[in-house]
Write a protein that binds this ligand. Structure first.
Ligand code: SF4
Ligand code: SF4
Length: 362
C-alpha cells in the first residue's frame, strides 16, 4: 500500500492567515496523529541552523509553532543541529525566546558527545551519532528542501545523514564521492581542462596537483574530453556511492528510535540550487511549493522531488554562464546527478516506500 504524504500548497483564496503555510502546517500536524505519539517523550527536532548570511533556512515562525504543538501534546522538545555554537543560530532568529525551545548541538556543548556504530560501505566505516539524537525518545526531521552539489538534492535524508553525526562521519561519507582520476605523470599543465569546466569544479593547487570539487562537478566529462594526453580518466566511484552512504547513515541513525517514533516534515519554500551549509542565499529555482509531512521518509522525499519540476524553473536561480543538462529532474540538469536514485537505496534498507499517495490539507 502506498504511504501517505500530507501536502499543503501555497494556494489561497483570501487574505487570511488561516490560508497561509504556517496555519496549514498546524492542520497537518493535527491530521498526522503526531500529537498522540509525542506525549511524555523527549523530542529532538532536527533542523539546519544555517550559517553566515544565508537567510532561507526554515523561518522561525514554523519552528515556534511546531515546538508549541509538541509541548501542547505533552512532549518535551529541543531543536538541534551540529556546530550550533560556532554557526550562531541567533543571527537567523533561532533563540529559545523566539522558538519556545532551546537550540542545542547534537553532540553536546563541546561537540564530543557521540555514540559510534560501525558500518561497512567501501571506506565508510563509522557513524558517530550525536548523543542528543541518540538519547531522545522521538525525532522530528524538519528539513528545508533545496539542491545539493554532491547528491543533487537535500531534504529529509541529508538533514539526518549530514546533520546528526560527527565530522568524521561526514568526512567518510564525502570520501565515497568520485568519478574522475588525474594522472600527474601524463599531465602537461596546459590547463585546457580548467577552461573547459563551466562549473568551476577543477583547479590546480600551488604545488601543481589537480583537484576536483565534487560538490560543483556535474560529471559532464568536458575536462576529460579536452585533455590532449588522456591525463583525466573515469573511475568506478560515483555520486551513487555517496547517495548510498547517506541512506546507510540515515538508517543507522533512525535505528536508534523505536518504530513509529520518527516523523518527517519537508518545507518546500526558497528552494535554492545549493545547500544551506554554504552560508548564503541565491534566488529560488522554482516558486514556493508548500509543506509536506509523513511517517515515511522515502515517500516524502519522492513526493517532494516530484513537485520540483523543470517547467517551473526560474532561470535567475542558476549561476550566470552555467549550462544545464537536457534530461531528467531539474536537480539532475543542474548538478548532473539523478536525485531519484537515492530512493532505491532507502527502500533497499527498509526505510519506507517511495510509492506514495498525496493527501491535501488545506
Ligand atoms: S566533469 Fe565537468 S564539471 Fe566536473 S570537473 Fe570536469 S568539466 Fe568540470
Ligand atoms: S587538459 Fe590534461 S594535460 Fe592539460 S592540464 Fe588538464 S589534465 Fe593536464
Amino acid at each position: 500500500m502506498a504511504n501517505k504524504v500530507l501536502f499543503s500548497n501555497m494556494a489561497f483564496t483570501a487574505y487570511e492567515a488561516e490560508q497561509t503555510l504556517p496555519r496549514k502546517l498546524e492542520r497537518q500536524l493535527l491530521a498526522s496523529g503526531l500529537g498522540d505519539r509525542v506525549k511524555d517523550k523527549t523530542v529532538a527536532i532536527k533542523v539546519h541552523v544555517g550559517s553566515e548570511v544565508g537567510y532561507t533556512t526554515i523561518p522561525p515562525v514554523f519552528m515556534r509553532l511546531l515546538a508549541q504543538f509538541v509541548k501542547d501534546h505533552g512532549g518535551n522538545c529541543f531543536f538541534t543541529d551540529h556546530y550550533v555554537a560556532m554557526r550562531h543560530p541567533e543571527h537567523r532568529g533561532y533563540t529559545q525566546e523566539s522558538l519556545g525551545a532551546p537550540v542545542l548541538d547534537v553532540a553536546g556543548y563541546l561537540g564530543k558527545y557521540l555514540y559510534t556504530k560501525e558500518v561497512h560501505l567501501k571506506s565508510f566505516r563509522h557513524v558517530d551519532i550525536g548523543g542528543l539524537i541518540h538519547d531522545a525518545d522521538f525525532l522530528i526531521d524538519f528539513s528545508h528542501v533545496k539542491g545539493h552539489g554532491c547528491c543533487a538534492y537535500g531534504g529529509a535524508v541529508k538533514n539526518i545523514a549530514m546533520g546528526c553525526v560527527s565530522d568524521r562521519t561526514r568526512r567518510e561519507q564525502h570520501g565515497l564521492e568520485g568519478g574522475l582520476k588525474w594522472d600527474g605523470e601524463k599531465c602537461t599543465h596546459c590547463e585546457q581542462c580548467i577552461a573547459a569546466c563551466n562549473h568551476k569544479a577543477n583547479s590546480f593547487t600551488k604545488e601543481g596537483e589537480y583537484t576536483i570539487n565534487f560538490h560543483n562537478c556535474t560529471l559532464c566529462q568536458h575536462c576529460l574530453k579536452v585533455c590532449p594526453v588522456g591525463a583525466i580518466t573515469k573511475t568506478d566511484a560515483s555520486y551513487l556511492d555517496f547517495q548510498k552512504g547517506l541512506a546507510l547513515c540515515t538508517k543507522t541513525v533512525l535505528d536508534t528510535f523505536e518504530p513509529g517514533n520518527v516523523f518527517f516534515i519537508n518545507l518546500l519554500i526558497s528552494i535554492t540550487a545549493m545547500c544551506d551549509c554554504w552560508g548564503m542565499t541565491t534566488p529560488a529555482l522554482v516558486p514556493d511549493i508548500g509543506v509536506m509531512s509523513s511517517w515515511d521518509i522515502a515517500a516524502i522525499e519522492k513526493a517532494s522531488l516530484d513537485q520540483i519540476t523543470w517547467e517551473k524553473l526560474n532561470p535567475e536561480g542558476i549561476p550566470v554562464g552555467i549550462t544545464l543538462g537536457n534530461k531528467g529532474h531539474l536537480f539532475e540538469r543542474l548538478h548532473g546527478k539523478d536525485p531519484y536514485s537515492q530512493l532505491g537505496f532507502l527502500e533497499e534498507l527498509g526505510l519506507g516506500k517511495a510509492d506514495y499517495t498525496l493527501e491535501m490539507v488545506k
